[in-house]
Design a protein around this ligand. Structure first.
Ligand SMILES: Nc1nc2c(ncn2[C@@H]2O[C@H](COP(=O)(O)O)[C@@H](O)[C@H]2O)c(=O)[nH]1
Ligand SMILES: [Zn+2]
Length: 517
């Protein structure tokens, strides 16, 4: 029976992707908690059990240490006391019931997600604001007023300075290194883009209005690892680079270019660090508002137009209503196109028109604009390795945060975000090979000059991560073999393990073989 119970426990843990110390709660169709046991009635599609994972073990040693007492042993003592009183007095006194209620309520508090952060079981919150806690969507997500004011002041001071010709040219290339620039400087660089594409003169955009618009945009990007203001800048800067590299100015009109650049600026406004799958599964306010249809992208777009609604931020305020209508329609199309679930649909549309592509055809231009924002959005790997790799770290940090939260909340865990399944190389080889390159190659089919700028570096990145993946696999095999052949051998220390992996990696990196596509 003991063995049976363990197997059942194991099965439920595996199904829920719960860790060995997580608490599993099983509810019957009426919503009552029931025991997980071999005697459970089979469920049916109309009478489902609900399985909930709570990632805290109230009987764990760590918890007892952090609380200063052991909740489980307290419960046992209470049970013993209750038994004794019952035998002595014949009935359980009210005070015991009250104590039991208090212990139960405390246990419930401990098990709820909101309270795990202060226990420090999952994250050291003293790490500082650079690394947000996994609970950042509930706490530190928004920028503070002081932070915004400080950046605004700096930006306004800097915006009167002349940006050198050297920087202006560098800004037009995909090799641009965003990590060298702080947020106020980034705002100046965005201003330069509007200016050097002649938008200020063509659309009569007052400098103060552009500054106010950029400031509002800055404010509405959150302090999260990846989808932050620096990501907004990188996507916009890649879009800007593509416009120059392909000489789009000579092929399409300024309004389309203005749509493309502004869409990139606004495309992830107020991202909370949790993707659409999470929004939908967690039934967030956004998913409810947008009926599960691209909730994030709809929100980014709505926030953009909310900003533009205010006259003092409205960079399009001197345009005719016809022009405004066209811009609004274009921005909505572009931002909605960044939902990756539409990737194949948009790519296939582009592929079908490529053989007859006509810059004079509005439908063709619309698809091209969607493709360029998509390329810009996922273009980190087209940048030099020392610029791209930190972005991957940021992305994985955000992914892991989401999957941790999904586990805590008992939601389906997004597989490509699971820290137990995804590594840096495994994340990139699949993404580059199946998503990024096929998309980039099609854009380069229309503009062959892009080959050296965006395809070559991406191929290098793929080769790099393919080798890294092989090295990690090799290291894993070596370790498994060593464990098998020398079971009595003392285990490597974490430092030794790290050294072994580093040795395998450097061995593999010396002569990377080009990957095949
Ligand atoms: N594994 C990787 N996934 C990536 C990378 N760059 C982007 N992405 C994924 O695409 C979406 C882009 O859309 P966004 O509008 O949300 O920015 C992003 O969320 C990731 O899921 C990458 O280098 N590797
Ligand atoms: Zn993005």
């Amino acid at each position: 029976m003991q063995l049976f119970n363990s197997i059942i426990d194991y099965l439920f843990r595996s199904a829920a992707e719960a860790g060995p110390h997580d608490i599993l709660k099983l509810y019957n169709p009426k919503g009552n908690i029931i025991n997980i046991s071999p005697r459970l009635e089979p469920n049916t599609p109309t009478s489902c059990y609900k399985l909930e994972v709570v990632a805290a073990d109230c009987s764990s040693v760590e918890l007892a240490v952090s609380l200063g007492f052991d909740l489980s042993s307290m419960e046992k003592r209470l049970q013993g006391l209750e038994k004794k009183i019952l035998t002595d007095a014949g009935e359980t006194p009210a005070v015991v019931y009250e104590m039991k209620r208090q212990v139960e309520s405390f246990r419930e508090k401990l098990e709820s997600v909101e309270h795990l952060s202060w226990l420090g079981l999952f994250k050291d919150l003293s790490e500082g604001t650079q690394k947000p806690s996994p609970f950042y969507h509930k706490t530190t997500l928004r920028k503070t007023r002081e932070e915004c004011e400080h950046v605004r002041e700096k930006f306004l001071q800097m915006s009167t300075l002349e940006v050198s010709e050297e920087v202006r040219q560098y800004l037009k290339t995909p090799t641009f290194d965003n990590w060298q620039w702080e947020d106020a400087e980034i705002m100046v660089l965005l201003q330069v883009m509007y200016s050097d594409l002649d938008f200020i003169a063509t659309f009569n955009i007052e400098p103060e209005v552009l500054q106010q618009f950029l400031y509002e945009v800055y404010k509405r990007y959150n302090n999260i690892p990846f989808h932050n203001f620096k990501h907004c800048f990188c996507v916009t800067q890649m879009m800007y680079g593509l416009i120059w590299l392909t000489d789009l100015k000579s092929k399409i009109d300024s309004i389309d270019l203005l749509i493309m650049l502004t869409s990139a600026v606004c495309h992830d406004l107020d991202h909370t660090g949790y993707n659409n799958a999470y929004q939908i599964n967690a039934r967030t306010e956004l998913a409810l508002r947008y009926n599960d249809i691209s909730p994030l992208e709809n929100h980014h777009c709505a926030v953009a137009f909310e900003i533009l609604e205010k006259n003092e931020n409205n960079i399009f305020r001197n345009l005719t209503s016809e022009q405004y209508k066209r811009i609004r329609e274009g921005i909505i199309k572009c931002i909605l196109a960044t939902d990756m679930t539409r990737h194949n649909e948009i790519l296939n549309r582009f592929k079908s028109i490529l053989p007859v592509f006509d810059f004079g055809n509005k439908d063709h231009r619309d698809v091209l604009m969607m493709i360029t924002i998509k390329v810009s959005d996922i273009s980190n790997e087209a940048r030099p390795m020392d610029v791209a790799e930190p972005w991957l770290d940021c992305l994985l940090q955000e992914f892991y945060n989401q999957s941790d939260m999904e586990k805590l909340e008992g939601l389906p865990v997004t597989p490509f975000m699971d820290r137990e399944k995804v590594t840096k190389p495994s994340s990139q080889t699949g993404f580059i090979g199946f998503v990024l390159l096929p998309l980039f190659i099609e854009l380069a089919n229309l503009f062959p000059c892009l080959e050296q700028h965006i395809i070559d570096p991406v191929k290098k990145a793929l080769a790099y991560y393919t080798e890294m993946e092989k090295a990690l696999e090799k290291e894993k095999l070596n370790r498994a073999q060593a464990d098998k052949t020398a079971p009595a051998k003392t285990k490597d220390t974490p430092q030794q393990n790290q050294q072994n992996t580093a040795d395998s990696l450097s061995e593999a990196m010396v002569a990377p073989k080009p990957a095949t596509f």
